[in-house]
Design a protein around this ligand. Structure first.
Ligand code: DI6
Ligand code: FE
Length: 407
């Protein structure tokens, strides 16, 4: 619907801006007396009030000194799945390890069963609750992976639900096909045959329906080998889809370097990443997505090599990894806190990890992630005194308002 001219321009005044523009002079790209002007849903100016002479006809929103950041971006989630894994949590507390449970047919396999059995409406309803939790803390863009269907119809069903969330909820949804998340029970001992299915009929169906914006693989001892991963990447590239990888989470198989050699948007988890992998990512411009929720929930002890990533200039993004098995986490704010407490990110790096660098991990660095003219007007407005508060607190939500496409 065409907006009336007076409403097509919206202006936020009396704001402090954390623009998160890279290479800005001030930390967080901060601007004390700031103003954001949006026209038709896009930022036309974000900067010091003093640089704006006249505003003209517009709807004016007085922020009363609150901070505005870019809308948060959760660039790695598995939000759409059936059932839950609380009983597995109980088993693990009695001593079973995540890998033991997975090898015994629990773990991902139990979520696959529940996801296959669920209708689209049921999957939509359960994912929608989790999505609402993200939105309530300022998320304006979320990536959602498939990977709990593991047959063609179920993978299509999960991705269709993710697309529907993007249509029906005020949030931008990017979808990622993760058919290579686990070898389903019916292919036990025949992972090569399953990879044939993923690279052939599954990918064909998903691309024909335009259901995926990217393709991901879980490269790990309990999942897919580097050779199998390379097959999926080759098939994805042939369809013109960007790639991502779950790599070096539980062991170092060289997955991140492999993904970098395919020009991957991101390599995610990375606890066991070595310097050669870091260098390969730096050369390819592959973003490191770290996932402290899974590290915490699995009580891992090996941390991603943050200092090496910094030294080699690899952009670091941060995400919830929201999933039923290893990261039942739907709080971006707690994720930022964990990024700082567990991985020793600075609060500024944590916020960059859920804005500018998360945008890059999705290939959307020209569209979202900073407060800059030309980008979509996705904002989070916070009742805080300084941006570090976003990562500092645990279990407190200071979101005042959330703006998506200027609305
Ligand atoms: N790594 C993870 O941590 C999740 N998937 C993945 O590739 C775990 C998924 C699950 O256990 O359900
Ligand atoms: Fe994941």
């Amino acid at each position: 619907m065409a907006a009336t001219p007076s409403h097509s321009q919206r202006v936020w005044i009396n704001a402090r801006l954390a623009t998160m523009v890279a290479d800005a002079d001030a930390p967080y790209g901060a601007i004390e007396d700031g103003i954001v002007i949006a026209r038709n849903g896009r930022i036309v100016f974000a900067g010091p009030r003093a640089e704006v002479e006249t505003i003209g006809q517009a709807e004016i929103i007085d922020c009363e000194g609150r901070w505005i950041t870019p809308g948060l971006i959760d660039c790695h989630t598995h939000l759409v799945y059936g059932g839950d894994r609380a009983s597995e949590f109980e088993l693990r507390l009695k001593g079973a390890s995540y890998e033991e449970i997975a090898r015994a047919g629990g773990g991902i396999a139990s979520s696959v069963k529940a996801t296959r059995a669920a209708s689209e409406d049921e999957l939509f309803a359960s994912a929608d609750k989790r999505l609402s939790a993200l939105i309530a803390e300022g998320v304006t863009t979320v990536e959602i992976k498939s990977g709990y269907g593991l047959d063609t119809d179920s993978e299509v069903k999960v991705l269709a639900v993710a697309r529907r969330l993007g249509r029906e909820r005020p949030v931008r949804v990017l979808t990622t096909f993760l058919g290579a998340h686990a070898v389903p029970a019916e292919f036990k001992g025949r992972s090569g045959d399953y990879v044939d299915l993923v690279c052939g009929p599954m990918l064909d169906a998903i691309t024909a329906l335009k259901l995926a914006d990217a393709v991901d693989v879980f490269c790990e001892g309990i999942a897919f080998s580097p050779a199998e991963t390379a097959r999926v990447f080759t098939a994805a590239k042939a369809k013109g889809l960007p790639i991502k990888i779950h790599a070096e989470q539980l062991s170092n198989l060289g997955g991140a370097a492999l993904a970098a050699s395919f020009g991957a948007l991101s390599a995610d988890h990375l606890e066991h990443l070595d310097e050669a992998g870091v260098i390969a990512m730096a050369r390819a411009g592959t973003v490191a997505v770290v996932l402290p929720g899974a590290f915490y929930f699995l009580r891992e002890t090996v941390k991603p090599p943050i200092e090496l990533l910094r030294r080699h200039g690899v952009p670091i993004a941060l995400a919830t990894d929201a999933n039923p098995g290893t990261s039942p986490l739907t709080s971006p704010l707690l994720t930022m806190n964990m990024g700082c407490t567990l991985f020793r990110l600075t609060p500024e790096e944590a916020l960059a990890g859920m804005t500018r660098n998360a945008a890059r991990a999705l290939g959307l660095e020209n569209e979202i992630g900073t407060l800059e003219a030309g980008k979509a007007c996705d904002l989070a407005i916070w009742d805080i005194e300084r941006p570090a508060e976003l990562a500092y607190r645990l279990g407190f939500n200071p979101l005042h308002a959330r703006i998506r496409n200027g609305q």
